[in-house]
Structures are given as structure tokens and as C-alpha cells.
Design a protein around this ligand. Structure first.
Ligand SMILES: Cc1cc2nc3c(=O)[nH]c(=O)nc-3n(C[C@H](O)[C@H](O)[C@H](O)COP(=O)(O)OP(=O)(O)OC[C@H]3O[C@@H](n4cnc5c(N)ncnc54)[C@H](O)[C@@H]3O)c2cc1C
Length: 383
């Protein structure tokens, strides 16, 4: 086994690490205060080729592998949770769907501006009654002559409504199958189409700069050709894509956990009690040691899942293990980090209090930890 990164993967890591340190970390606190997504930073990421790493150059991408992309997500998330989440959602969901299932015209028209970072994409599956139970979606699409007419409401949709958001790919019911099961297809809905409106922008406990909105489709008419790939395969399409986004979310958790370790270690060395730095106390050392160990274990599983995807191997289990373990690691790290900071850990002037608010998202988004465990159990127990 070779655990070394390739030269290209190391270059991507160093590029993103430096970018994160110099361009993202300095504005993270301000983003938390203003809640404004930094378009300029996104544009710079695009010009550095960060937004489309795993897609071929002919589609505006970098022609590298998914492991490189996952490393980029980890490093950018280390700088700021909102920017990292916007990146991972755009790449692993709409771009991945377009690249894997879109026809050539769709890739040319929609993928290229996303891969170059000129635009950002969104993915809309969740609805008020369909969170963990994705099969409960109610949004319907009906074909009328040459147009799909879409009605329904999506909730909690990331990136939709940003000024550079070009599209959302949504899942909608298009018919019935045997035994009353729904037929679901995916549709490309361009921003600005009549009948497609943004609802409220949610107020969140963290990731304030991440745009998350309700989307309302009221007789929204899109051309017939805006259906994504094979209309019969909508469920398989989004399930496959969610496997990739699980690795992205897990990498995001690793990035956050690493930044929590970094600030906690620095604080422990600087803060003195009983006449010496608190890092000299074993209780603090053990917390830092556990953080480092769990972060490294998470990272290994994340990289393995990305490597398996690149090798064309099955990565269902590893992506699920990575998502659960990395998200729960990030939360444990944040708890330990605040504890290490003592009272200052509860004050806004230290970033650890922001991290503590950010990490809880990890265990809920893109399938809660409970649903991920159910998925593993169902597969192993053949339920
Ligand atoms: C900030 C944010 C951004 C998001 N971005 C997007 C996006 O871009 N696109 C998108 O489509 N969605 C998005 N989501 C939705 C997200 O994926 C869902 O919130 C998540 O899947 C959980 O669904 P829910 O919130 O409806 O919780 P529910 O499904 O109502 O779950 C509530 C609780 O019940 C538990 N539960 C439910 N069913 C079971 C079961 N069978 N067994 C055991 N426990 C169970 C859950 O684990 C959870 O603890 C976003 C959500 C947030 C908060």
C-alpha cells in the first residue's frame, strides 16, 4: 500500500492551504458577523482552478482526481466552514450530477461555468415533509408539449439565491411505478426562470455566510431538454451523487476539526495557570492527543473513500463510515477545544466559540448520523 500523495495532490494541498491561510482565515470572523458570502473569494478560487478540479479540462475543470478535490475541500473548510460547504455542495452535487449523467449539450452549457468558478450550483432534494425520508417528496413535474411544468417547494437548499448561482438541480415526481412507488426524475432549473422564486433565507446558528433558502416552484416551465439524463433513473442518480457528497462532507469535517486542533494547541501553549502553560497538564495533553488521533483516523477514511471512487471501486461503506466518524470527530474536537479554552472558549473573541457553533451541522446535513448508521446496518444485515 502506498499512502503517499502524488505530486499533483501535494500541489493542490499546498495551493489550497496557502489560499485558505491567506485569503479565507482573515475574513472568517467577518463572514460570521455579516453573513455575506464573499463572491470575490469565490472568483479567486475559480481563477486558481479550485472549483472544478476533478472534471476534464474540456469542461472547464482541472483534469485531476477526486482525491485532489477532497483535499481541496478539506483545506478550504479549514479556513471557513461557509466557503468550504459552498464549494463541496457545488462540486459534489450539481456538477457531479451534470458530469456523470448530463448529455453533452448540458455539460457544455451548465458544467463549464460552474467548473471555472464563474458560477455556483445548488441541489434541491429536501422538502418540508421529506428530510431523511427522501421518497416522500411532493414536488411534481408534468410534461406539457415541449415543457416540464414544475410545482412544489424545496427547503434548506444551499447556494440557491447567491448572485452567482446559475442553477439548481431538483428531484421531482414525474409519475407512478408499480406498487404505488413514485417515479422520480432530476431537472436543471436555471436561476431566473418564470415561476421559480426564492423563499426565505434561513437564519442559522453558524455558517452565517452560507446561503440556504427555500425554493418555490409555481407553474415553473422549463424546456423538455432540461431533464437530467435518463428520466427513469432519477433516484439512482441522486443516490449515487450523495455517496460522493458524503466524502465531501467528511472532508469538510476533517478541515474543521484540524482548525479546532490548531487553535486549541496554540492556546494551550500560551495560556498559563499555576505558573506554567496549561499544555504542561496531562489532562490538556490527553485532549489534544485524542483530537489529533481522531482527526488522522477520519482523514484516512476520507482519503480511502475518495481513492476508491477514483479507482472505480465501491465506496458506499467507506464514504458512510467517513461521514459519521469525521462529523462526530469534529464535534468531539470542538467540545474539547472549548474546554481547553476555559471561559474564553465561550467568548466571541476566540474562534473556538464559532467552531463550536459550526460543527453541529456536520452530523445533520446530507443525511443525519442516524440515517448513515441505518444505511450501513441495512446493507450489512441485508434488511
Ligand atoms: C444548513 C442546511 C443546508 C442544507 N442544504 C441542503 C441542500 O443543499 N439540498 C438539500 O436537498 N437538502 C439540504 N439540507 C437538508 C438536510 O439534508 C436535511 O436537513 C437532513 O437530511 C435531515 O432532514 P430533516 O432536517 O428533515 O430531519 P428529519 O428527517 O426530520 O430528522 C429528525 C431526526 O429524526 C431522525 N430520524 C429520521 N428518520 C429516522 C429513522 N428512520 N430512524 C432513526 N432516526 C430517524 C433524524 O436522524 C433526526 O435526528 C440542508 C439542511 C441544512 C440545515
Amino acid at each position: 500500500m502506498d499512502f503517499n500523495l502524488s505530486t499533483e495532490q501535494e500541489m493542490v494541498r499546498d495551493l489550497c492551504r496557502n489560499f485558505s491561510k491567506n485569503e479565507v482565515v482573515p475574513i472568517a470572523e467577518e463572514l460570521d458577523k455579516t453573513g455575506q458570502f464573499p463572491y470575490e473569494v469565490w472568483k479567486k478560487m475559480g481563477s486558481l482552478g479550485i472549483c472544478g478540479i476533478p472534471f476534464p479540462e474540456e469542461y472547464g475543470g482541472g483534469g485531476l482526481d477526486w482525491l485532489s478535490m477532497i483535499i481541496a475541500i478539506e483545506e478550504i473548510s479549514r479556513g471557513d466552514a461557509s466557503i468550504g460547504a459552498a464549494l463541496l455542495v457545488s462540486v459534489t452535487l450539481p456538477m457531479n450530477l451534470l458530469y456523470t449523467f448530463g448529455i453533452e449539450e448540458q455539460k457544455q452549457k451548465w458544467l463549464i461555468p460552474l467548473a471555472t468558478g464563474e458560477k455556483i450550483g445548488a441541489f434541491g432534494l429536501t422538502e418540508a415533509q421529506a428530510g431523511s425520508d427522501t421518497s416522500a417528496i411532493q414536488t411534481r413535474a408534468v410534461l406539457e408539449e415541449n415543457e416540464w411544468v414544475i410545482n412544489g417547494t424545496k427547503q434548506f437548499i444551499t447556494n440557491a439565491g447567491l448572485k452567482h448561482n446559475s442553477l439548481v438541480i431538483i428531484a421531482a415526481v414525474t409519475g407512478e411505478r408499480e406498487k404505488g412507488r413514485k417515479k422520480i426524475s432530476n431537472f436543471i432549473i436555471p436561476t431566473g426562470y418564470g415561476g421559480y422564486n426564492f423563499g426565505q433565507r434561513y437564519k442559522k446558528m453558524g455558517r452565517k455566510a452560507l446561503e440556504v433558502r427555500e425554493l418555490i416552484f409555481d407553474d415553473c416551465r422549463v424546456p423538455k431538454e432540461n431533464i437530467l439524463g435518463n428520466p427513469e433513473k432519477g433516484i439512482a442518480q441522486f443516490l449515487m451523487t450523495l455517496q460522493t457528497s458524503r466524502i465531501g462532507f467528511a472532508a469538510h469535517s476533517v478541515g474543521l476539526a484540524q482548525s479546532i486542533f490548531d487553535v486549541s494547541q496554540a492556546y494551550a501553549k500560551e495560556r498559563e495557570q499555576f505558573g506554567r502553560p496549561i499544555s504542561k497538564f496531562q489532562a490538556i495533553q490527553f485532549k489534544l492527543a485524542d483530537m489529533l488521533m481522531e482527526i488522522e483516523l477520519s482523514r484516512l477514511m476520507v482519503y480511502k473513500a475518495a481513492w476508491q471512487k477514483d479507482q472505480g471501486k465501491n465506496y458506499f461503506d467507506t464514504s458512510t463510515f467517513a461521514k459519521i466518524f469525521a462529523s462526530e470527530t469534529a464535534k468531539r474536537c470542538a467540545d474539547r477545544g472549548v474546554q481547553i479554552h476555559g471561559g474564553y472558549g465561550l467568548m466571541d473573541e476566540y474562534p473556538i466559540s464559532r467552531y463550536w457553533r459550526e460543527v453541529k451541522f456536520e452530523e445533520i446535513l446530507e443525511g443525519t448520523s442516524e440515517i448513515q448508521r441505518l444505511n450501513i446496518a441495512r446493507r450489512v444485515l441485508k434488511l
